[in-house]
Unconditional design. Sequence first.
Length: 324
Amino acid sequence: MSKYITFILFCMLMSFSCKQAPQANNTVEIKVPAFNADSAYSYTEKQVSFGPRVPGTTAHDSCGNYLAGELRRFGAAVTEQKATLHLLDNSPIAIKNIIGSFQPENKNRILLCAHWDSRPYADHDQDSKNWYTPIDGANDGAGSCAALLEIARQVQTSQPAVGIDIIFFDAEDWGKPDFPVKDKHYGNWCMGSEYWAKNPHVLNYNARYGILLDMVSGTNALFFKEEESTRQASHVVKKVWEAAQATGYEAYFPNRPGSGIVDDHLQVMKYRKIPCIDIIQTNPESEQGFASYWHTLDDSMKSVDKKTLQAVGQTVLYVLYKEK
Ligand code: AHN
Ligand code: ZN
């Protein structure tokens, strides 16, 4: 009799544990890692220390190698996509898009991107003597790549359920200068992303959606819902603005429409048909629509604020780790 009871108990225990185990597994939540803004700040400083990253310069070359090296160090499979593009005066520029892939075999992918080049002219500087001087681009370039490097470092430590591609686009900031020009020694905005979107590093590359970071490290930053992001990728806008609420950074992400910005996300949507949003710092109160230091020599380390990097970095990490 007691043997019989022991057997019944044994069966109950087995069925209990067998039912519980997979259930527990299915509901297990992957912890959202803590974004380290000190780390992101140091990656910003490092990029800026090379000097302005204008295609054709040694600073550009060295920084490109640095970014690719960091992605490799964090365990990504790295592709360096080189191309020669042309300015409107037909002069060639050598560009390099840098792609880091995590879990390349995973079909369930999210694309994160930013531009890594810096603008060849400070065309919005107060002082016209500076207009032909290339900018540090601490916020406009370096900070966004730094946030993505810190995300890469976190992804190496604990993998989310989705595969991630990080793309550093080159030659974003070659748009026509805002001062009268005689020659045509300038290009278009978003030349690197246009090239990648038309010639992806993987044949028929696809992702569920994309998030572009542009100018996400500046002082007094606000991120409004960029017009084209809302028009073409509203579900991603909703997801990201909800994540900002969940992480407590909603003050940086007002629930308010922003203007439409010509940026790399448009190329991703147009040529790859991947819904992609732009998290970009704008200022509806200012004349040019951007921060006072935008496209000036003041876009240097002194305009970088760790708190902004923290707000954006933590929000994006939350989005990635909540994905199934
Ligand atoms: C325009 O000014 C049309 N687009 C701005 C895109 C940009 C420049 N983002 C950073 N630098
Ligand atoms: Zn710019």
